[in-house]
Write a protein that binds this ligand. Structure first.
Ligand SMILES: NC(=O)c1ccc[n+]([C@@H]2O[C@H](COP(=O)([O-])OP(=O)(O)OC[C@H]3O[C@@H](n4cnc5c(N)ncnc54)[C@H](O)[C@@H]3O)[C@@H](O)[C@H]2O)c1
Length: 397
């Protein structure tokens, strides 16, 4: 069967939804098609590791309502090939799609554990993964969480919050090592321990096997850990196979210009898969956060419908860890020069990340309503130093 759409969006995540809405805003008569390989229509992803576990939201409430944009949703289908000359795409059921303009919002795929753990080994990313984990994550259940990044730190706190017995394993020295200053990272480890999470730092999973009613993990320190389920957050790889097959320029993601257009003038890319240049940070980036998916999706949708401007937004992200929360802008890289400005050590304060006198990132730790001010600070040429930054942003709202 052939489907014909003015605008075709490949991908069914948050960037895809934002693009469909933006196109509709500009072009009331547009024929928009969206092909996504998940069965569910686009949904908010952040609650999967946070709010859904606290009972603050239900799965019914995370649907983004993409149908309201009037886009035709082709769900449970994976696009397998792209013919740029013919302006067509083909899915895994043999249907083809003709487009005038195309958005690649194909996202990213989780890195895998080094063994086949069957359904009790969950590489966490989607609503299906959340539902799979829910089946095993009962109060009192032994769960291993592998990876000390966003997924690992958020899920360990969430699972602990519903009464699971959680072991959090990660290769670094502490949770969020590489992102936070040492004192904060150490404090966070202690905080997790106090809440009952067992931490295994400096450890990798090197193998494992399924057992009756569980999973056995072989660790790099020679230990063996038996759990009822294991959930992994080992980082992601951008889904660039389709773009590569089609001959688009790919380098750590699909390379796009300032208006998010790929090396093909009729194809845009947005979200986790897109590699763009950020002028304030002076470098190319691929950003794997909700804000970028929403902002880039919208920007690309507007551009596809004829409203073009440069995408200059700095990365923004946030996290909730037990009762701690933060917002951040720019680059959080502990290899940069760090200036800490605590109102109360590790409870409320601001951390600045500098490079050659320029602020490249700001961490607002339990400090709210300062995101725009942080963006403005990063856009300034400086130079800044510790003395000029202390007290620059209020350390508490
Ligand atoms: N609050 C948020 O913004 C948020 C929340 C959840 C997920 N996300 C996004 O989802 C994506 C996936 O999250 P993530 O936590 O998997 O990625 P991540 O990059 O945040 O963390 C990956 C972690 O896995 C560790 N790791 C890598 N290889 C390992 C191995 N072999 N054994 C053990 N640990 C290993 C790394 O050291 C790192 O700590 C990321 O892009 C993230 O930005 C964002």
């Amino acid at each position: 069967m052939e489907h014909i759409h003015d605008y075709l969006i490949i991908g069914g995540g948050m960037a895809a939804d934002a693009a469909a809405r933006a196109i509709r805003e500009v072009d009331a008569a547009a024929d928009i098609g969206l092909v996504g390989d998940e069965a569910a229509p686009p949904y908010q992803r952040p609650p999967l590791s946070k709010a859904l576990w606290k009972g603050d939201k239900s799965t019914a409430e995370i649907d983004l309502g993409t149908v309201k944009s009037g886009a035709v949703l082709h769900l449970g289908r994976r696009v397998e090939s792209l013919d740029r000359a013919a302006h067509t795409a083909r899915d895994d059921r043999g249907d083809s799609y003709r487009y005038r303009r195309l958005l690649l919002a194909t996202g990213a795929t989780p890195r895998r554990l080094p063994f086949d753990g069957g359904e009790r080994a969950i590489h966490f990313r989607t609503l299906d993964d959340y539902q799979a984990l829910r089946r095993y994550a009962r109060p009192g259940a032994y769960i291993a969480v592998v990876g000390g990044g966003f997924i690992g730190s958020e899920l360990a706190a969430s699972l602990c919050g519903i009464g699971c017995k959680v072991t959090l394993l990660f290769p670094g020295a502490s949770i969020g090592a590489g992102r936070y200053p040492d004192g904060l990272a150490n404090h966070l480890d202690e905080y997790y321990r106090r809440h009952g999470v067992t931490l295994a730092s400096g450890v990798r999973v090197v193998g494992g096997s399924r057992t009756d009613g569980g999973v056995e993990l072989e660790l790099s320190d020679g230990e063996v850990l038996r759990v009822e389920a294991v959930v992994a957050g080992l980082g992601v790889e951008p889904n660039t196979a389709l773009a590569e097959q089609a001959g688009l320029l790919v380098d750590n993601g699909i390379v796009v210009d300032a208006q998010l257009r790929s090396s093909d003038p009729d194809i845009w890319a947005a979200g986790d898969v897109a590699n763009f240049h950020n002028p304030a940070l002076g470098r190319r980036l691929r950003v794997e956060h909700e804000d970028a998916a929403l902002g880039m999706g919208r920007h690309a949708g507007l551009a596809m419908a004829g409203i073009t401007s440069d995408y200059i937004t700095l990365p923004f992200f946030y996290s909730d860890l037990f009762d701690l929360g933060y917002e951040a802008v720019g680059l959080l890289d502990s290899r940069l020069q760090i200036v800490e400005d605590w109102r109360e050590a590790y409870r409320e304060g601001v951390v600045y990340y500098l490079d050659g006198g320029r602020v490249r990132g700001v961490l607002l730790w339990n400090v709210w309503d300062q995101v725009d001010a942080a963006r403005e600070l990063i856009a300034q040429p400086g130079p800044f130093d510790a003395a000029s930054l202390r007290g620059y942003l209020p350390r508490s709202a």
